[in-house]
Each structure stands twice: as structure tokens, then as C-alpha cells.
Design a protein around this ligand. Structure first.
Ligand code: HEM
Ligand SMILES: *[C@@H]1O[C@H](CO)[C@@H](O)[C@H](O)[C@H]1NC(C)=O
Length: 485
């Protein structure tokens, strides 16, 4: 009796669970997704979708509120329409992990970016092809390569401060740092700067790229007087200049006057990368390497001005390093290793003002996330800044506190993503770090600064953060007495 009812119960349980078992066993991946719902939300207006609304918000620096409102209304997975793509917008560290590591997603650039920079950049290739092109860049960007350039960067930074800061009463920081980072990159990665020719090409390219970067997230309408048409014209001139450099490098390589280790272009030529791909990748690197780092240094100075405790610690750290150097002696790798607090302050700046708003992905196939299906061909977007301003990850997120980064292991995985993550993580992060530390060392030990009257430190995004008035500061040289360096 007892046993019978037991059997009955088991049979009944079995029958009840049959539909579940059936689904587990037989519902294949193929049609499983079609039963899942699309993320909640809306696609907005026909054609323009949410593009104009988000771009306006970026310029007004309210994009954060814009995204926050969507997340509040629809939850951590929602849909919208951006740059004519149906887009899934994901929020939170586990969403970031999905974006950076899911094999169902690949990188994509905005249409405006592709038309200006090219469609065969490192971000447009996948699998082995991606690994091959990335390796050519990493050859010049990995730590031991960057270490060899500390002294070269040091010279470039000092030259820049001598000609753009010394003797002046005020400086617009962002334009100055854009010129500096462009020059450093041109010299170190592309060998433009050793000769008089190099310096000329560099100046020409720098002007074109200042224009070009403003169109990265523009509406790609090539009509007279649009922002995009101006940027596209600049990119065409930039491409011609880059193509000229490639020709000159090829001639040198063929005549045995150069070696693949000299610069990225010669290296790519020696690996047989087609010319158009070299041009696209050089264009890409020139965009990727200069504005981002310029924004980091600029906003670091901004935060140090507003946070005197942090400034005092940075100053002390840097002066201690300066005291160990002989007059005119360049910084070394060992010196940079002693800049721990300064780098924590830079990380805190990357947290509060991440240069990259969001990097776009595209679904290669239907893929599920958070209980919803993201159909093949959709764009996927996350938010760096929303992650970095999440009180669950960084308590009291509005407070500038470099101490958060004194123990980086305390930060949850994918909770701090200024450089992205996964196989596509920024390969230029060591380069950016060294460049930032060298620059901050010389600025902090040579000048005192404060925001100029009328400059409030506010900023807009396009999508790189750009401070109003370029962050205009009043500067004053620091008198080192007899120990002048
Ligand atoms: C503070 C400075 C910088 C920031 C915040 C930054 C940020 C980023 C981010 C977020 C990505 C995308 C990762 C992804 O899609 O998951 C990226 C990619 C990339 N960055 Fe940077 N970057 C910086 C400096 C640099 C520099 C100095 C270089 C080169 C010298 C560089 C070269 C690249 C390249 C080549 C990629 C594409 C990698 C790939 O698709 O495999 N970046 N960067
Ligand atoms: C990041 O979000 C905060 C809080 O919403 C906002 O005040 C800030 O302007 C945003 N910063 C950037 C760089 O988007």
C-alpha cells in the first residue's frame, strides 16, 4: 500500500514533468530562440530611430540620463534603434562580460566611422585574420616595446611643453594634449618626426584628424555643410597623405634602407598586408591612439585641480622622482614604476570620464541574453560610464577617490572597462599608460595650474568627452631654484 502510493506519486511526477523533459531534450537551439521574446523597448521614429535624440544628448552631456531612463523603463536589456540598426542595449557587469566574450558577437564600427576610416580595419576582421593584424600592432604596443620608447616620449613631451606651455599665462589643455599625443604616436609608431619631411606630414595629418574625429558618431549624410561632409573631406586628405607615406616606406624597404622593426607601416608591408588594409589600419590607429589618451590627461588635470588632497599626493610622488634625476636626464621605466598613486588617479579619471562611450558589437547569429533573444544582424551596445557610475560597484561614484584603485583586485570583473575586454581589449593600454605618466610628470613638476576664470570644467561628448573651452587653465612655472631641470 505504502509502496503503491509511492509508485503512483513517482509516475504522476514523471507525467507532470514530461512536457518539461520533452522541451529539454528535443527543443533544439535552432527554434528555441524564436520562442523567446525580443528585448522590451521601442525602435522610435522610422529611419532616424533614436539616433538624433542620442547624439543630441551626447552633445549636451546628458546621454547618461538618456540611457538611464531607458534602463529604468525597460530593465537591463532593452531595444532601440541607432544608426539605422536595431540595437540591444545592455546594462551591468555580466552584460559587459557577454559583450566582450560572446563568440556570437563581433565588433562593428559606426557607418560614419567606416566611411571615414575604412572598412578593412583591425575591428572589421575576425578570427585568424583578426589575430594576424592585431599581432602586427601588438609588436609595437606591448609592454617591452613601449618600455623602449620611454626616453623618446619624454623628449617629445618636454619639447611640447617648451613650445606650447613655457612662457604662457594660460593654455587650452585638450587641444594641446591632442597635438602632443598625435606627435608622440606619429614619432613612436609611424616614424614620422625624425626628419623634416616627417614633421611636415605629421602637422598636415594632425589637422585632418582633429576634424575627422568629430564625425565618428555623426549621421553619415554627405550633403553640403553637414558636419559629416567636412569630416569626410578631411579623411580623404588624410588618406592621401597616409598613402604617400606608405609609398615612401615601400621604396625604402625595397632598397634595403629600412627594417620591419622600424615602424608599423614598414612592418605591415613586410608581412604582405595589402596597401588598402595598411591605410585603413593606420587611419584606425591614428584615431584610436590620440583623442582617447588626450582626454585622459586633460580630465586628470581637471580632477587634480578640483581635489587638492589627490593633487598633493601626486605632486609629492612626482617631485620625489624628479629629485633623483640629474638635470636633463630622461625618465626611465623604473621611474614610471614608482608612479603608483599617479596611475591610480589616472584610473579614477578613466572611471569617472571614460573616453570610450560604448564600443559597438553585431550579432553574427541569433543569441540569447538575459531571457531575451538578440536576433542575427542586430547591433549590441553597452555603457562604459553607467558601469563606472554604478554605486553597487563604486560606492559614492561622484567622489574622485584614487584609493579605489590601490587594490585593483577589489574591483569586480567587468566592473571597470575603460579599455573594453576579452580578445578585443585595447592593445594600446600600456602605450596610453606610459604616455600619460610621462606627460603628467613633466606638467606637475614644471607648472602649477587652475581653471581660468569663466571655465567651469563642464564637457560634451562627440562621443569622446571634450571640455568646454578645451579646458582653459591659467598656468605658472614652478620655480625650482638652483635645481632647475
Ligand atoms: C586612454 C586611452 C585609450 C582608451 C580609453 C582606449 C579604449 C579602447 C576601447 C574601449 C577599445 C575597444 C575594445 C572593444 O571593442 O572591446 C579599444 C580598441 C583598440 N584600441 Fe584603444 N584606447 C586607448 C588608447 C589606445 C592607444 C594609445 C592605441 C594605440 C597606440 C590604441 C589602439 C587600439 C586598437 C588597435 C584597438 C582595436 C583592438 C581590436 O579590435 O582588436 N588604443 N581601445
Ligand atoms: C557619467 O555619468 C554621470 C552620472 O550620471 C554623469 O554625471 C557624467 O557626466 C557621465 N560622464 C560621462 C563621461 O559620460
Amino acid at each position: 500500500m505504502e509502496a503503491d502510493s509511492m509508485t503512483m506519486a513517482i509516475v504522476a511526477a514523471f507525467l507532470v514533468s514530461l512536457p518539461v523533459l520533452y522541451r529539454l531534450l528535443f527543443a533544439s537551439a535552432g527554434n528555441k530562440t524564436s520562442r523567446k521574446a525580443l528585448p522590451p523597448g521601442s525602435f522610435g521614429l522610422p529611419v532616424v530611430g533614436h539616433t538624433l535624440s542620442l547624439l543630441r544628448a551626447l552633445r549636451a552631456n546628458t546621454a547618461e540620463d538618456w540611457l538611464r531612463r531607458r534602463a529604468a523603463a525597460y530593465g537591463p536589456v532593452s531595444r532601440l534603434s541607432l544608426f539605422r540598426y536595431r540595437t540591444a542595449f545592455l546594462v551591468g557587469p555580466s552584460a559587459n562580460r557577454f559583450v566582450f566574450t560572446s563568440p556570437a558577437l563581433t565588433t562593428m564600427n559606426s557607418e560614419a566611422f567606416s566611411r571615414m576610416v575604412g572598412r578593412r580595419t583591425v575591428r572589421d576582421v575576425v578570427g585568424d585574420e583578426h589575430a594576424r593584424v592585431r599581432a602586427m600592432m601588438v609588436q609595437f604596443l606591448r609592454l617591452d616595446a613601449v618600455k623602449r620608447h620611454v626616453a623618446g616620449m619624454d623628449a617629445e613631451v618636454q619639447r611640447h611643453l617648451d613650445s606650447h606651455w613655457r612662457g604662457r599665462g594660460s593654455v587650452a589643455v585638450m587641444p594641446s594634449m591632442k597635438t602632443l599625443t598625435f606627435d608622440v604616436m606619429s614619432t613612436v609608431l609611424f616614424g614620422l618626426g625624425m626628419s623634416r619631411d616627417g614633421a611636415d606630414v605629421r602637422r598636415e595629418l594632425s589637422a585632418e584628424f582633429q576634424q575627422l574625429v568629430q564625425g565618428i558618431w555623426a549621421v553619415p549624410l554627405n550633403l553640403p555643410f553637414t558636419r559629416f561632409s567636412r569630416c569626410l573631406a578631411a579623411s580623404r586628405r588624410g588618406r592621401r597623405a597616409v598613402a604617400g607615406v606608405i609609398e615612401e616606406r615601400r621604396a625604402k624597404l625595397e632598397q634595403g634602407e629600412s627594417s620591419p622593426a622600424d615602424d608599423i607601416i614598414t612592418h605591415m608591408l613586410s608581412k604582405g598586408l595589402p596597401d588598402e588594409e595598411i591605410t585603413d589600419n593606420v587611419m584606425f590607429l591614428m584615431v584610436a591612439a590620440h583623442d582617447t589618451t588626450a582626454a585622459l590627461i586633460t580630465f586628470l588635470l581637471r580632477h587634480l585641480d578640483a581635489n587638492k588632497d589627490a593633487y598633493a599626493k601626486v605632486l609629492q610622488e612626482q617631485e620625489e622622482i624628479a629629485r633623483r634625476k640629474a638635470a636633463g636626464e630622461a625618465l626611465s621605466w623604473d621611474d614610471l614604476c614608482r608612479m603608483r598613486y599617479t596611475w591610480a588617479a589616472a584610473m579614477e579619471t578613466l572611471r569617472m570620464v571614460p573616453p570610450a562611450f560604448s564600443m559597438l558589437r553585431k550579432a553574427l547569429q541569433d543569441v540569447e541574453y538575459g531571457g531575451y533573444v538578440i536576433p542575427k544582424g542586430w547591433q549590441v551596445m553597452y555603457s562604459t560610464n553607467m558601469t563606472h557610475w554604478s554605486p553597487a560597484i563604486f560606492p559614492d561614484p561622484g567622489r574622485f577617490d584614487p584609493a579605489r584603485f590601490e587594490d585593483p583586485s577589489a574591483i569586480p570583473p567587468y566592473g571597470f572597462v575603460p579599455f573594453g575586454g576579452g580578445a578585443r581589449i585595447c592593445p594600446g593600454n600600456e602605450f596610453a599608460k606610459v604616455e600619460t605618466l610621462v606627460t603628467v610628470h613633466h606638467i606637475v613638476t614644471r607648472f602649477r595650474w587652475k581653471l581660468a576664470a569663466g571655465c567651469d570644467g563642464s564637457f560634451s561628448r562627440s562621443p569622446i568627452p571634450y571640455p568646454s573651452q578645451g579646458l582653459l587653465i591659467d598656468i605658472e612655472p614652478i620655480d625650482h631654484g638652483n635645481t632647475s631641470r
